[in-house]
Design a protein around this ligand. Structure first.
Ligand code: ASP
Length: 423
């Protein structure tokens, strides 16, 4: 503007940047990233370090944020019975949504037949088989022998167990525990602040990650598998829009649109990073800041979800198992479908929230129904594209269950939930 001093125009530029909601900036980063990837091809990996720095910065927050939020959440709850109830509801809802997910994946592939009429060769030979984790092993592994080691290695389930124990004990010792609780409160708040600071760089990080992915997948890899990719994406969208929105409306009497808007940051970070564990700090922020879930509920339900609830992975297993059966001309029986639902649910629980983990776990499902593991090579070339979608659903599912559990426990601030968040 004429007459503006350089300082004024600088200030107005800064405030314009600030006025744009974060989610819009992140989406712009995503779109520009795709554009850069398409235009620059492999050269776009030049921007990858920007994404890597961003992902490392979010991962840096996971352990301290989860630990401190959960300790503070438990000490604020002051009712051990409530904890048990929340745990039971969380697990029940996670299992229910996963069963829905795998069924939708199976139905989508059965309906659209992405593997019929496609000829793709793969080498036969010995493939790697994975073992489904046994329930006993999972249970025994929950209790850390050394909490410091659990924290150092980022074992989220063990960290949760220790944080719950510490939180309950701090409450039980009353006044003596107060100073420690206050330290955790301050620490948790600082971690939340640090998350906000890191998230300010999300548009740049997302840009770098997506530019790299968009630049490394050419049409020659994507086109032959376009149909199965399309079916997996469609099933994922249906799951979020129908199952999640439906459950929120029916069980929670909540407007699903607010949920979808509130989780956008987490969705985009999940999509570009392909890691639901890595997205955890962003999910925690969305749950508490945008959806109005209490720290206690979000601090418990989300980390558990990021570790065991993988609806997107379950959809993917359903879609790909049927796709491969079609590809090699094997007719699946009703018993096979039942087996896929069962092993797929277990395999998704055992899937780590890191990039590519679902592909490895898919071999469990394939082995169970006698499909050749070598066929996985067909899908491996485009797995990242599928991984991005399934991770977004994984994160969306965790946030949906968190919202429902929050609502059922009276730990959801509906004024915050219903407010149009500015990002
Ligand atoms: N990448 C997914 C996640 O982090 C897991 C998978 O590969 O299915 O949630």
């Amino acid at each position: 503007m004429p007459g503006d001093t350089p300082d004024d125009s600088q200030a107005s530029r800064t405030s314009l940047w600030r006025r744009i909601p974060l989610w819009q900036k992140i989406l712009a980063g995503l779109a520009l990233g795709v554009l850069a990837g398409v235009v620059m091809g492999e050269d776009a990996s030049l921007f990858k370090p920007l994404g890597d720095i961003f992902i490392s910065a979010i991962k840096m927050l996971i352990v301290p944020l989860v630990f401190s939020t959960l300790v503070v959440g438990i000490t604020g709850m002051r009712d051990p019975k409530k904890m048990g109830r929340i745990g039971a509801r969380t697990i029940a809802l996670y299992l229910l949504t996963t069963a829905f997910a795998i069924t939708i994946g199976l139905a989508a592939s059965w309906l659209f037949e992405p593997g019929v009429g496609l000829t793709m060769s793969f080498e036969t030979g010995a493939g790697d088989t994975q073992q489904a984790p046994s329930l006993i092993d999972i249970l025994v592994g929950l209790v850390p022998q050394n909490p410091i080691e659990a924290l150092a290695s980022g074992n989220i389930l063990q960290i949760i167990v220790f944080a719950i124990g510490l939180g309950i004990s701090l409450t039980l010792i009353g006044d003596k525990g107060e100073p420690v609780v206050r330290v955790f409160e301050g620490f948790a708040e600082a971690m939340v602040k640090l998350t906000a600071i890191v998230m300010a760089f999300a548009p740049i990080g997302v840009f770098g990650l997506i530019a790299h992915v968009a630049g490394s997948y050419g049409a020659e890899v994507l086109l032959p598998l376009a149909k199965v990719i399309g079916v997996a994406y469609l099933a994922s969208i249906v799951h979020v829009l129908v199952v999640y929105s439906g459950l929120l409306a029916l069980l929670g009497r909540l407007n699903p649109m607010r949920y979808l808007q509130g989780i956008l940051d987490a969705l985009v970070v999940a999509y570009s990073s392909a890691s639901s564990s890595g997205t955890l700090p962003v999910s925690l922020r969305c749950a508490t800041k945008n959806l109005g879930v209490s720290d206690g509920v979000a601090g418990f339900v989300l980390p558990v979800g990021a570790t065991i609830n993988m609806d997107g992975t379950a959809i993917y297993q359903g879609v790909v198992a049927v796709f491969i059966a079609q590809l090699i001309g094997v007719d699946l029986s009703m018993a096979d479908y039942g087996m896929i639902v069962l092993t797929g649910t277990l395999a998704s629980i055992g899937t780590a929230g890191v990039p590519g983990a679902g592909l490895v776990m898919l071999s469990i499902v394939m082995a169970q129904i006698g499909l050749p593991l070598e066929a996985l090579a067909v899908i491996a070339g485009v797995d990242r594209i599928l991984d991005m979608a399934r991770t977004s659903v994984n994160v969306a599912g965790d946030l949906m269950v968190t919202t429902l559990v929050g609502k059922s426990e009276g730990e959801l601030d509906e004024t915050v939930y219903n407010a149009r968040h500015k990002g």
